[in-house]
Write a protein that binds this ligand. Structure first.
Ligand code: NAD
Length: 482
């Protein structure tokens, strides 16, 4: 059975998008408004057969239809234009489906548009390298490489930035000439169905983007089991990242995973108020549910008291509650279960000696922004990824001690350092073991064009359209005997 979608409306049900058609089967899952907890739509829960059909169609598409780089450029630019025209509708959907406050939702749509534009631009400049063969015995040889699409890419995406992070997978994959089978997070799938609509309207031929909805355990695992998929691109938790690695053998995998982001505020911070403002905004935006959210803040003891006071003061003006209210700064977490898990971590830390200097209360899925002091390295709120609006402020006496504490983590995505000392900043870039070191801004800084990805348990491989395209293409060597 097939159904069609109407632009600008949210349907009661979305199935699976295969070969340009919406396919439905018997099984379905509810999609909830994350603030009211009311069901507002349903999605399909793909069987193994549906996932296999999606992969078969993507493979057939990849083998039989070719898009010239300029066509890919035009499609991606058109998709950006359509998203721009539908900005308000898309942002409102994020408010409902993710519980994102309106300004965060609008910000995410704007960033997704930029991801599409950057991918469009990259589509036109995918190139290999000249290969010098300057060794004896190669006088009659000339060599160079070209970059070719890997084939069918399996993409699995998380709930927290379901528009922009999904586009960080689909747009470079299409720019590089691949076909994609995507499985979105089952709690935030509708925005991804909207992305499928947008690409169809932008003229992407059927089969280059197939979307299978469903749970990770079922649809996700069926996708991992399909050996016809050449590469997986995943963003999500380290737990699932490990599982994906274990299931995919020698096939290519990129993993964008978690972090318990450290930020170091040295005594020579250029502007303490700016640093406070960034830590508060980026520790609590998206209800702390960003992989590079400010979590651990190491502050030099000379400015520690002042930093804590200013941070608490900055929190007092934050409005918490209904994400649809344009004045709201912090909305609900993704579920009551997650908010209650974060609250339990706070309580455990308090039992172990931590002190709450702001927040700490919970109303259903809304956790008040929370600041902890007197924390210890082994508390969950410090050593694990809290993924909630919870920050800890920790004093240090010696900057090398702060570097050590920042590095003392199983994660290594991004770190922030505030200092006026250029030499110290440069030394820090050599000591801090992270995918990105951000000087005089917080760990949360990300421009969508930059190389983004972590070390250690934060993952493997880079995103950012130019870098993702490197991951999503194979370098093929050409040798000519003259
Ligand atoms: P998650 O790992 O629970 O789920 C992510 C996706 O994996 C979902 O689509 C889910 O259905 C799927 N999945 C779950 N089990 C699976 C299985 N057995 N096989 C295949 N797929 C399966 O993550 P989440 O809760 O949606 O997102 C939060 C996590 O994502 C955090 O750890 C956060 O740090 C991380 N994240 C990382 C980045 C980054 O760029 N590094 C960005 C955003 C989020």
């Amino acid at each position: 059975m097939t159904t069609s979608t109407a632009v600008n409306t949210i349907q009661d049900f979305y199935g699976h998008f295969i070969n340009g058609q919406w396919i439905t089967d018997q099984n379905s899952l509810p999609v909830l408004d994350k603030y009211t907890n009311e069901e507002f739509s349903r999605i399909g829960n793909a069987s193994r057969r549906i996932v296999m059909d999606a992969v078969s169609n993507a493979l057939e598409t990849f083998r039989t239809k070719k898009l010239h780089p300029y066509e890919r450029y035009e499609i991606l630019l058109r998709a950006a234009q359509i998203a721009k025209e539908r900005k308000e509708e898309l942002a409102n959907l994020l408010v409902k489906e993710v519980g994102k406050v309106l300004k965060d939702a609008q910000g995410e749509i704007n960033r997704g548009i930029q991801t599409l534009i950057a991918s469009a631009e990259e589509a036109k400049r995918i190139a290999g390298n000249g290969v010098p063969l300057g060794q004896p015995g190669n006088d009659t040889k000339m060599a160079f490489t070209i970059r070719v699409p890997v084939g069918v890419i399996g993409a699995i995406t998380p709930f927290n930035f379901p528009f922009n992070l999904t586009l960080h997978k689909i747009a470079p994959a299409i720019a590089a000439g691949n076909a994609v089978v995507l499985k979105p997070a089952e709690v935030t799938p509708i925005i991804v169905c909207k992305i499928a609509e947008i690409f169809q309207e932008a003229g992407l031929p059927a089969g280059f983007l197939n979307v299978v909805n469903g749970t990770g355990k079922e649809a996700g695992d069926y996708l991992l089991a399909d050996e016809r998929i050449a590469m997986y691109t995943f963003t999500g938790s380290p737990r699932v990242g490990r599982h994906i690695k274990s299931k995919t053998g020698i096939r290519k995998v990129t993993l964008e995973l978690g972090n318990n982001s450290p930020n170091i505020i040295h005594k020579d911070v250029p502007d303490i108020d700016k640093a406070v403002d960034l830590c508060v905004t980026r520790g609590f935006s998206n209800a702390g549910q960003a992989c590079i959210s400010v979590q651990r803040i190491y502050v030099h003891r000379e400015i520690y008291e002042s930093f804590v006071t200013r941070t608490v003061t900055a929190c007092r003006s934050l409005k918490v509650g209904d994400p649809a209210d344009p004045e709201t700064d912090i909305g609900p977490m993704i579920s009551e279960k997650e908010a209650s898990r974060a609250k339990a971590w706070i309580e455990e830390a308090v039992q172990q000696g931590a002190q709450i200097v702001y927040g700490g209360t919970r109303q259903k899925s809304v956790l008040e922004p929370t600041i902890l002091i007197n924390v210890k390295d082994n508390m969950k709120v410090v050593c694990e990824e809290v993924f909630a609006p919870v920050i800890s402020i920790i004093p240090f006496d010696d900057i090398d001690q702060a570097f050590e504490q920042a590095n003392h983590s199983s994660f290594g995505l991004q770190v922030g350092l505030f200092t006026s000392n250029l030499q110290l900043a440069m030394r820090a870039t050599q000591i801090l073991h992270f995918g990105g070191v951000i000087i005089n801004d917080v760990s949360t800084y990300r421009a969508d064009v930059m190389p983004y990805g972590g070390v250690k348990d934060s993952g493997v491989g880079k995103e950012g359209p130019h870098y993702a395209i490197q991951e999503m293409t194979d370098e093929k060597l050409i040798v000519i005997n003259l």
